[in-house]
Design a protein around this ligand. Sequence first.
Ligand SMILES: [Zn+2]
Length: 462
Amino acid sequence: MTHARAEYDLVVRGRVVLPDRILDGGFVAAREGRIAAIGSPGAAPPRAARTLEVGDAYVLPGVVDTHVHTRSEPAEGITRCTEAAVAGGVTTIVDMPYDMPAAVPDLDTFEHKVRDVAAEAVCDVALYATIRKEGGLDEIPRLAGAGACAFKMATYEAHPVRFPRIPDGELLAAFRRIAATGLPAAVHCENQDIADRGVAEARRAGDLGPSAHGRSRPPVAETEAVGRVLELALDAGVHVHIVHASVPRSFDLVHRYRAEGVRATAETCIQYLVLDEGAMDRLGALAKINPPLRAPEHVAALWDYLAAGRIDQVTSDHAPWARERKGNTGDIFANASGAPGVETLLPLLYHHGVAAGRISVLDLVRLLAEGPARTFGLFPRKGALVPGGDADLVVLDPAARWTVRAARLHSACGWTPYEGMELQGRVVQTFVRGRPAYEDGAVVARPGDGRFVRPTRQRAAR
Ligand SMILES: [Zn+2]
């Protein structure tokens, strides 16, 4: 590779992780925010304004966390959430549309949020849109035109207006409109009737302890909804994306429909890999999430599926509720569902996956960077160390050991379900488009440094 006279802004030399191989002693060179050159081991690094020699540390593509809620909890917001992101090696988030007090189902709200991202974000941000419970489908092409990268809908009602259950007929009609945009239709899959009945039965029995949450929403509550949504997607011809799948059978169903020609993708979340239902007794409402934590045999099978390439991506479903919303010890059902996780996503998957010998480093970057970027139309600008892509880099020290402490994390919520967990592998530095965002233990990027990111492979709406 020639780079005579080339002046770069940044060169990082270490164990450079490309999509298909690792360059031990290679380098990545950035100019004007993009990756301008990738050098092989042995090649002399070119001159640059700043050169970093990171030795045995990995140089990874920035993580793309496609399941983040910056505004469900108003105390968090875009700035705090994206500060937590870069401290955890996440350089792009895809933000959910279920904002408090109002969701993002129309063009005006969406454009307002785009402006807020430009002013408040520390890392790059792509945005989900959603639809109203009924009667809002004409907004779909307008939202696609404004740069939404996907539409989020739910088969389970968390709130009648902000986070509604979309009735099946409306969901099918929405899928047909979304198919014309080429964007993914992403769905929270839980069967409302099964979950409601489960909660009502628990209440009647006075079964209100932490473990009742999981019993009220058995795996079939998820897999029935996954199957229904895939069948609707087959008819509509839409790219369907299943969010936060918690059991292996959900992925089996996705693969079954893929074999029939459906463009179907699916994510699991780090909490379904690192915690099981036993954590409810230890953590109580802090571990209450939807779908719930599952039995150990499901967790073990999900790891097998990760290693076998049957799972496209791992996300955090970062939902940083204030601790007061998790404080009802007498009634598990009275607590908010969700937990923070954007800052711990990469370290947890490295420790429990790579350091534990369950997946490779190449699997890690596929699951956290390339896979999510491809699903949401952000690849190859995001998601891989390739010339021409954005210079979003993470330096991860694979030998460093540390202990998760909420007091040192950057989310406003002040708690983590992983408190006290000892991990091997630590994020040392994060660069967003070639600029330092996190180093020496501190977030150095500022609100406004992050940018709104549009998907690139969108077709014109019909
Ligand atoms: Zn979520």
